[in-house]
Design a binder for this molecule. Structure first.
Ligand SMILES: *[C@@H]1O[C@H](CO)[C@@H](O)[C@H](O)[C@H]1NC(C)=O
Ligand SMILES: *[C@@H]1O[C@H](CO)[C@@H](O)[C@H](O)[C@H]1NC(C)=O
Ligand SMILES: *[C@@H]1O[C@H](CO)[C@@H](O)[C@H](O)[C@H]1NC(C)=O
Length: 396
């Protein structure tokens, strides 16, 4: 029953040409086949808030805070250290070395700590000679050795950046690490970060579990919304095991309004993007916790079908983002990108629903099912830079 619904939803979501290309793609085996990333990864990454200012104490405190705030129970389990965790020089055997001044206990001890909390540890590397900060070595030429080191430490996630390389193409450099990871006997989520340089959506599924489709996000409305836009162009390529990645979340870092952060969270969730928090988990406002803890929105992101939302209609500042969900449901974000208040209508025809279908609508931010039933359309009033998110469910 679910499988049949999935096929129907897929066909609804795609043109015939796209369906043909997907069939072709899935008939080739992923090089990775590590069996992870069947839903988008959730957790935290140090970069957006801390940049290079990372150390083991902060990472441990973040792990503690993910548990004490209840976020880990909601699925936020990856604790990912970004750039700047290693010494600039390898040891005399060529091993990458944790930075003594900031990670004196080493990464293995940190992984053990994080694992003891029921969480997973992620780390950062680069498909070049140096990472982007230029404060630590990249893995180019050391892929097998570094993959073994990461596995021996108990690493669960590798973000792999694209700085200071030899000029060869990402599609040539990244699979070397894929093969190295395959050999280490530990499933490690492989996050490709070549910034969308070479349309990684077109080849990423065979190389990693997610691929960045954009340059780095900053904590502004324009940066956030433009990354959502760029990422949407590749919607057809997302599926369980391989996700488009419009970069990490900025919620809680202070650069956007509450409504804008809710738009950020909704668009990432419906786009089946990784939900990697980028704020200081040890010091969040009630507002931040409220946004990132919305279980119903998280459930849309983690839906078993893994179908990324597409824009069903763009009309001036009004947009309708739609994704089929399991159990014949449909997720929709109705968005006002403009600077004045609007009434916006989402039409069934645009969303691939039969115009006569009667649905009940669940408002994922009011946490209630609306009393009215809807047929043909649903209309809502929206403040500037705000949206509504509904799950529509046919009633028979
Ligand atoms: C790390 O730093 C400590 C104190 O700063 C020092 O005693 C130790 O020798 C250093 N270890 C390495 C491997 O450099
Ligand atoms: C905690 O966050 C507030 C803003 O929400 C900030 O003013 C304060 O400096 C932060 N405290 C620490 C210790 O980072
Ligand atoms: C929306 O649907 C209702 C019937 O369910 C209809 O009366 C109304 O005209 C529709 N609104 C628009 C803007 O088409």
């Amino acid at each position: 029953m679910e499988i049949k619904g999935y096929i129907v939803a897929l066909i609804m979501a795609m043109t015939m040409m796209e369906l043909a290309s997907l069939t072709l793609a899935t008939s080739r085996r992923s090089m990775l086949t590590n069996g992870i990333g069947l839903t988008p990864p959730m957790g935290w990454n140090s970069w957006n808030h801390f940049g290079c200012d990372v150390d083991e104490k902060m990472v441990k405190e973040t792990a503690d805070a993910l548990v004490s705030t209840g976020l880990s129970k909601l699925g936020y389990v990856y604790v990912n250290i970004d750039d700047c965790w290693a010494e600039i020089a390898r040891d005399d055997k060529g091993n990458i070395m944790p930075k003594n001044s900031t990670f004196p206990s080493g990464i293995k001890a940190l992984a053990d700590y994080v694992h003891s909390k029921g969480l997973k540890l992620g780390i950062y590397g680069d498909a070049g000679y140096y990472t982007c900060s230029k404060t630590m070595p990249g893995s180019l030429g050391f892929e097998e050795q570094d993959a073994k080191t990461f596995a021996s430490w108990g690493i669960d996630y590798l973000k792999y950046d694209n700085c200071h390389h030899d000029g060869s193409k990402p599609i040539e450099r990244y699979p070397v690490m894929t093969k190295a990871l395959k050999k280490v006997g530990r499933p490690i989520f492989f996050s490709l970060c070549e910034w969308g340089e070479m349309h990684p959506a077109e080849w990423g599924f065979h190389v990693g579990n997610s691929w960045r489709t954009t340059c780095d996000i900053t904590d502004t409305w324009e940066s956030m919304i433009s990354r959502a836009d760029q990422n949407e162009l590749y919607a057809q390529y997302a599926r369980p095991g391989g996700w488009n990645d419009p970069d990490m979340l900025e919620i809680g870092n202070g650069g956007m309004t509450k409504d804008e952060y809710i738009v950020h969270f909704n668009l990432w969730a419906i786009s089946k993007a990784p939900l990697l928090l980028g704020c200081d988990i040890r010091n969040m406002t009630q507002e931040t916790i409220e946004i990132i803890s919305n279980k119903e929105v998280i459930a849309v992101n983690q839906d078993s079908y893994g179908i990324q939302a597409r824009k069903a209609r763009m009309h001036g500042d009004e947009e309708i983002w739609v994704a089929p969900l399991s159990s014949y449901r449909t997720a929709v974000v109705i968005l006002n990108r403009g600077s004045v208040r609007y009434s916006v209508t989402a039409f069934w025809e645009d969303m691939g629903l039969d115009p006569n279908t009667v649905v009940e609508a669940r408002d994922l931010w009011e946490h209630k099912t609306l009393k009215n039933r809807f047929v043909g359309n649903i209309t809502t009033m929206l403040n500037p830079h705000s949206c509504k998110m509904y799950v529509l469910k046919p009633v028979s």
